[in-house]
Design a protein around this ligand. Structure first.
Ligand code: ATP
Ligand code: MG
Length: 559
C-alpha cells in the first residue's frame, strides 16, 4: 500500500492533522497503551499497540505504557511482565513512561473527595443487585437511591470509613450523582468506588476500596496529559461519563477517539476465554503456538515486522468487521520470503539408496541461502549414498500429473543430481521402506549436459549428516469461523490443530539453529521451539505453510 493510501486508511491521523492545524494541543501528540494485566496480550492488542505507538512515532510524539491495574482480584505480576516483553518485542519504546493506575490511587481518592464536597457524589448502601434493578432501561428511567440525599458531611465521613476498612465487601459504594433518568444508562449514578478487601499485586493491603474502570480511566489519561485517548468502539457510550467527570473536576481534558476493534475469523480474542483454554489445558499455555497471543505468535515464528505490517495493512476504521486471518498469515509469508534463510528438512522421511554412488564418499554441494537476497550467499550441504526424501514425494503407481518420483522415473534432487528410481524395497507387511535409485554424475548442480529435462525437484537430506528433530505442524485452533460467538467455544476446537512429525530429518546446518524463522524448502517456515527443545531433543514449529492451503477450502465451499 502506498503512503497516501495508508494515511487515508487512518481517520485518526486526519484528526491529528486537524488538531495540528488548529493548534489545539500546541502540536503535542501524546498517546498511551493501557492494558489491564489480567491476561496475556493478543493480536487485537497488537493492533492497538501499533496504533498508539505508531501514531506517536509518526507525529514525533510520545506514547506511554500504562497498566490499568484497578482490579486486584484478576491481576497478576506474571501478566505485567509478559506485557512488557511483548510490547518491547514488537519494537516499541515507552522510554521512562511506564505507569500504573495503582500509582494514582491516592490522587483518585482525592478527586473523589472533591466530587463529594461539590455534592456530586454520595455513599450508597444498596447492594449490587439492587443498584442494577433500579437502573431502569432504555425505555424507563431508573429509581433514585434512598441514600442520594445524604449530606456532604455524612458522605465524607462514610467514605473515610470505607477507606479505613470499617465496612465489609459490598456493604457500601460511592456513586456519582448525575441523573437517574438520563437516556444514557452509563450516566445513571454510576458506581465510582467499591469495597474489596483484597490484596493488590502492587499496593498490597494499602487499599480496601478500589476505583471502578469508568471512574479511573479518563482520570488516568488526564493525569498523564494524554492528548488523544484512543480506545475501541464499545467505549463510545462511556465517553459522556468520562467527560462529565473531567468537567466536574475541572481538570485537563484529553480527547477520546474510538475505533473498531480487530476481529479475525477462526480466532478468539476474549481474554477470559483464552484464559479458560489455558486453565483447562486445552492448550499448553498462553504461549502455545496455536494461541492468538503475541507470545504464541512469537513462539510460532511470527516476526514483529509481519505483525506491524499487518496492523498497518488492515488500517483503522469506525465500523466493525471481521478480517480474514489469511491476511495475517500472508503478512508473515511476505516478510519471511524476504528474510528467511532457506534450508532443507524432510518431515516424513523415506530412505533412498543411490546404488551407483561410492560407499564412503561425502561431497559438499553448494546451496543458495536465500534467492531473494543475493547477499545471503551460499552454504555447503553434504551429499552421500544414502539420503532421505519425503514419503509424499514417491508414488509406486503415480497418476499422470504426479511429477515427483515413481518407479522408472527421473527427478532432480535440489542442488545435487538427477536420480532415477529402479527398485522399491518393502517390508513383510508390504510397506515401502527404501528406494534404490541411480544417479547421473553428469548432472551435478541440477542440469543435464544433453539438455534432457525433468519435471520434479525434490528436497532431501543426507542420512549420515541428518539432524533428528520433532516437527509440529499447526492448523486453526477452531473449526468454525467465529469461535467467540458462542459460549460453547470448546465444542469447536479443532482436534487436528497440532500434528507432530516425530522423525523429521534436517540438513546438518541446523545442528545449532539460531532463534530465527527458517524456510524449509517446499514445507513452509519453521522456528526452533526454545521451550520444548531440551536434553538433546530438537523441536521445530511450523509458523506457516508456503501457500495458503485454506484458499482451496473456501473455493470448494463456494466462498
Ligand atoms: P478486557 O477489558 O475484557 O479484559 P481487553 O481486551 O479490552 O479485555 P485491555 O487490557 O483493556 O483488554 O486492552 C488494552 C487495550 O487494547 C485497550 O485500549 C483496548 O481497547 C485494546 N484492545 C483490546 N482488544 C482489542 C482488539 N481486538 N482490537 C483492537 N484493540 C483492542
Ligand atoms: Mg478493556
Amino acid at each position: 500500500m502506498n503512503e497516501v493510501k495508508k494515511e487515508m486508511n487512518n481517520f485518526i491521523q486526519k484528526i491529528i492533522n486537524d488538531d495540528s492545524d488548529s493548534g489545539k494541543w500546541n502540536n503535542r501528540v501524546h498517546t498511551r497503551f493501557p492494558p489491564e494485566p489480567n491476561g496475556y496480550l493478543h493480536i487485537g492488542h497488537a493492533k492497538s499497540i501499533c496504533l498508539n505507538f505508531g501514531i506517536a512515532e509518526k507525529n514525533k510524539g510520545t506514547c506511554n505504557l500504562r497498566f490499568d491495574d484497578t482490579n486486584p482480584v484478576k491481576e497478576e505480576e506474571e501478566y505485567v511482565q509478559s506485557i512488557i516483553e511483548d510490547v518491547k518485542w514488537l519494537g516499541f519504546d515507552w522510554e521512562d513512561r511506564l505507569f500504573y493506575a495503582s500509582d494514582y490511587f491516592e490522587q483518585l481518592y482525592e478527586f473523589a473527595i472533591q466530587l463529594i464536597q461539590d455534592g456530586s457524589a454520595y455513599i450508597c448502601d444498596l447492594s449490587g443487585d439492587e443498584i442494577r434493578n433500579m437502573r431502569g432501561s432504555l425505555n424507563e428511567p431508573g429509581l433514585e437511591s434512598p441514600h442520594r440525599t445524604r449530606s456532604v458531611e455524612e458522605n465524607l465521613e462514610l467514605f473515610h470509613k470505607m477507606k479505613n476498612g470499617e465496612f465489609g465487601n459490598g456493604e457500601k459504594v460511592l456513586r456519582a450523582k448525575i441523573n437517574m433518568a438520563h437516556p444514557n444508562l452509563n450516566m445513571r449514578d454510576p458506581v465510582m468506588y467499591r469495597i474489596l478487601h483484597a490484596k493488590h499485586h502492587r499496593t498490597g493491603n494499602d487499599w480496601c476500596i478500589y476505583p471502578m474502570y469508568d471512574w479511573a480511566h479518563g482520570l488516568e489519561d488526564s493525569i498523564e496529559r494524554i492528548t488523544h485517548s484512543i480506545c475501541t468502539l464499545e467505549f463510545e457510550d462511556h465517553r459522556p461519563l468520562y467527560d462529565w467527570y473531567l468537567n466536574q473536576l475541572d481538570i485537563y481534558h484529553p480527547q477520546q477517539i474510538e475505533f473498531a476493534r480487530l476481529n479475525l475469523n477462526f480466532t478468539m480474542m476474549s481474554k477470559r476465554k483464552l484464559k479458560q483454554l489455558v486453565d483447562e489445558n486445552h492448550v499448553s499455555g498462553w504461549d502455545d503456538p496455536r494461541m492468538p497471543t503475541i507470545s504464541g505468535l512469537r513462539r510460532r515464528g511470527y516476526t514483529p515486522k509481519a505483525i506491524r505490517n499487518f496492523a498497518e495493512d488492515v488500517g483503522v476504521t469506525k465500523r466493525d468487521s471481521i478480517i480474514d486471518v489469511v491476511r495475517l498469515e500472508n503478512a508473515l509469508r511476505e516478510d519471511l520470503n524476504k528474510i528467511a534463510p532457506r534450508v532443507m528438512g524432510v518431515l516424513d522421511p523415506l530412505k533412498v539408496v543411490i546404488t551407483n554412488y561410492p560407499e564412503d564418499k561425502t561431497e559438499l554441494l553448494k546451496a543458495v541461502n536465500n534467492p531473494e537476497n543475493p547477499d545471503a550467499g551460499k552454504r555447503d550441504i553434504p551429499f552421500s549414498k544414502e539420503l532421505y526424501i519425503e514419503q509424499s514425494d514417491f508414488m509406486e503407481d503415480p497418476p499422470r500429473k504426479f511429477f515427483r518420483l515413481g518407479p522408472g522415473r527421473e527427478v532432480r534432487l535440489r542442488y545435487a543430481y538427477f536420480i532415477t528410481c529402479n527398485e522399491v524395497i518393502k517390508n513383510k507387511s508390504g510397506e515401502i521402506i527404501e528406494l534404490h535409485c541411480t544417479y547421473d554424475s553428469e548432472t551435478k548442480g541440477g542440469s543435464a549436459p544433453d539438455g534432457r529435462k525433468v519435471k520434479g525437484t525434490l528436497h532431501w537430506v543426507s542420512v549420515n549428516d541428518a539432524i533428528d528433530a520433532e516437527v509440529r505442524l499447526y492448523d486453526r485452533l477452531f473449526l468454525n469461523e467465529n469461535p467467540g460467538e458462542t459460549d460453547d467455544f470448546l465444542a469447536n476446537l479443532n482436534p487436528e490443530s497440532c500434528k507432530t512429525q516425530a522423525n523429521a530429518k534436517l540438513e546438518s546446518s541446523l545442528s545449532n539453529p539460531e532463534n530465527i524463522t527458517y524456510q524449509f524448502e517446499r514445507n513452509g517456515y519453521f522456528i526452533k521451539d526454545e521451550k520444548d527443545s531440551m536434553n538433546g531433543k530438537l523441536v521445530f514449529n511450523r509458523a506457516v505453510s508456503l501457500r495458503d492451503s485454506w484458499a482451496k477450502f473456501f473455493k470448494n465451499n463456494g466462498k
